[in-house]
Design a protein around this ligand. Structure first.
Ligand code: ACO
Length: 329
């Protein structure tokens, strides 16, 4: 009998502190009007200085565990998609494990930038289908505010902090992840296209790397924009093909929340009406690996996505990486 990975619980957490476009006007040479028109972002959340990504992930995970009505000891595996881990090692997933008391789980981080959550879902789906694992917690979480160059208006206005979590459990019913697709293209791995140059083995931390602000995100926005608009519709269509479905079957599209213009272009290219496209980039900005799962959690809690609905999720990120999935809730 075919085995499926059902999503039995979701959760999300964003910090209380709100940074508006108007507040940013006082920090860099930008304007609320420019940010709204070019990105659709109105405000974003900023984590307290003493908070790390696992602190956000733990809060999101607790909600997902509650919705799934499971015991943390039931969790076999924890996957955290993040590029802003608490430390390079140990993994953020191990801190989450400790925080929620999931003592029986194997825990590890996954680096796929904004595609981190959907990469995690894909792995979890395969693990559950293989029969080796039954209950997997997948988190996408980031604290981007700590890797932003707050003097670079081209990047600092775009990102925010947050985390989302999903519990996946094996089932024989045809629900949950119906299809899943991930891909990457290392030809676009130029760290200055989208990435953080220093802090790794190529460029370890030094006084020079700090002076040159190389521990902050670098991005050539216009190029990334074009790649996103091309790659996301292709990836979404691929997941639909794998599931044997068409866009007309889809109840809700959840694209990566990087920029309103990219979101609209992806929906339009796929031919999905705007009312079926979930948007929360206005409230949170780009939370990287967390965007799609925060959106899914909100969609479920706001009943924009109901049991039985078909949800198409698609993302892209640094690497380049991309991923898409069709889920029956
Ligand atoms: N405020 C005011 N003006 C600005 C700002 C700002 N915050 N930022 C840039 N500008 C200026 C530029 O300097 C430029 O001025 P110029 O014409 O005098 O040179 C002008 O605005 C236009 O700049 P562009 O970069 O061409 O603007 P664009 O319309 O491309 O919008 C943006 C820029 C919003 C960054 C867009 O390119 C974008 O969203 N790119 C994709 C970002 C993205 O999706 N990232 C995903 C990350 S995924 C991950 O893995 C982390």
């Amino acid at each position: 009998m075919a085995r499926y990975a059902a999503i039995t619980g979701t959760g999300s957490y964003v910090p209380d502190k709100i940074l508006t476009n108007f507040a940013l006007e006082k920090m860099v040479n930008t304007s609320d009007e420019w940010i709204r028109q070019r990105t659709g972002i109105v405000e974003r959340r900023i984590a307290d200085e003493d908070m790390a990504t696992s602190d956000l992930g733990i809060r999101a995970a607790r909600q997902a565990i509650k919705m799934a009505e499971i015991d943390p000891l039931d969790i076999d595996m924890i996957i955290v998609g993040t590029v802003t881990p608490d430390a390079l090692f140990p993994s953020t997933a191990c801190y989450v494990q400790k925080g929620i008391g999931a003592k029986k789980a194997a825990a590890f981080d996954l680096s796929a930038a904004c595609a981190g959550f959907i990469y995690g879902l894909d792995l979890a789906d395969g693990m559950i289908k293989s029969g080796r694992y039954d209950t997997i917690l997948v988190i996408g979480g980031e604290i981007f505010n700590k890797i932003l160059d707050w003097s670079d208006r081209g990047t600092c206005v775009l990102f925010g902090d947050g985390a989302g979590a999903a519990i996946l459990q094996g089932t024989d019913e045809p629900k949950g992840i119906l299809s899943s697709y991930i891909g990457s293209d290392g030809d676009y791995s130029d760290v200055n296209l989208l990435g953080m140059p220093a802090g790794g083995s190529r460029m370890p931390p030094s006084h020079e790397t700090i002076d040159q602000k190389l521990h902050t995100i670098k991005m050539r926005g216009r190029e990334v924009f074009k790649l996103g608009v091309r790659i996301m519709p292709e990836a979404a269509q691929h997941a639909l093909n794998l599931a044997g479905l068409t866009v007309d079957d889809i109840d809700l599209l959840i694209p990566h929340q990087a920029n309103m213009r990219i979101i609209e272009a992806v929906g339009d290219r796929l031919g999905i009406p705007r009312e079926k496209v979930f948007v929360n980039v206005d409230k949170y900005g780009n939370t990287s690996a967390a965007t799609t799962i925060i959106a899914l959690d909100e969609a479920i809690r706001e009943e924009r996505a109901k049991p039985g609905d078909l949800v198409l999720m698609v993302t892209f990120g640094a690497g380049l990486t991309w991923g898409s999935t069709v889920i029956r809730l």
